[in-house]
Write a protein that binds this ligand. Sequence first.
Ligand code: ADP
Length: 317
Amino acid sequence: MKNAVDVQNLSKNYGDTEALKEISFSVGKGELFGFIGPDGAGKTTLFRILATLLLADSGAATVEGYEVVKDYKKIRQIIGYMPGRFSLYQDLTVEENLRFFATIFGTTIEENYELIKEIYSQIEPFKTRKAGQLSGGMKQKLALSCALIHKPEVLFLDEPTTGVDAVSRQEFWEMLKRLKTMGITIVVSTPYMDEAALCDRVALIQDGSIMQISTPYEVVEAYPMGLFSVTSTDIYQLLHDLQKLPQAHSVFAFGQAAHLSYKKENVTASEVIRFLKETGHEDVHVEEIKPTIEDCFMELMQGSEQANERTSGRADK
Ligand code: ADP
């Protein structure tokens, strides 16, 4: 079976900035595929290339078998694209925005109402309100309705939940799951690591390179370290002191706790507690935990930074 998206060795530079470095991946038909990575990782650049709005410098990409450069007109008819920044016309009402997007694709709201019904019905009571006056969550529902109104085969959603409250984020992912059951392929990007768990497969992207592509379960299973969650009365001092623990591999802040990774079977919780008490910490709690996607991402990032340092010779200095 043909893939919905195929990308091979895609690169894009802006002057000296290498936004995408020879990335390759495929998305199967009907898959919910996530790009997870921080600001500046290259997500928007990639989505704009796939949506035929930006030209790559080299490499190849197809959507439903169509080439992004040669067949751009065809691709624009069969994809829905929701850009990261608010894409709607602020001075048009909710209904006018939706009608506008339906019209440019040669269809009507009525013709495709069934597909958007569940999402659009939540904002329909406000259909005469200007889009610029909607809440973040409502804008997001309208933008998704507009991206869906021409019944696309593939949806590209660039950071659709950034800046949206937690409840709306959750609702949004539930909507995506329902769209998936209708056979729509969804490629979505997010800086929120917790959303990775909701995808069929995720690509972890950083500095224009894909570090890993796998199911969320495999990402977590492949974590090579042991991990403790550590708390004490002074989190800042705790982060500082844990770095000095000889067995520490890495130390990161996670909310009010420190996550301490170590080579497996290298150190026990009671040894960590003793070390911290000796360095003057009080109320110390150490708990063995399973890694989250964020822990895995940090570990991969650290690995790639060390590799870069080795290549540039900085690690020896
Ligand atoms: P993300 O969507 O993951 O935040 P982007 O694709 O927006 O990543 O950006 C990737 C890199 O390219 C960043 O370093 C960003 O500063 C740079 N970049 C993006 N767009 C431009 C542009 N139009 N001109 C110059 N640099 C850009």
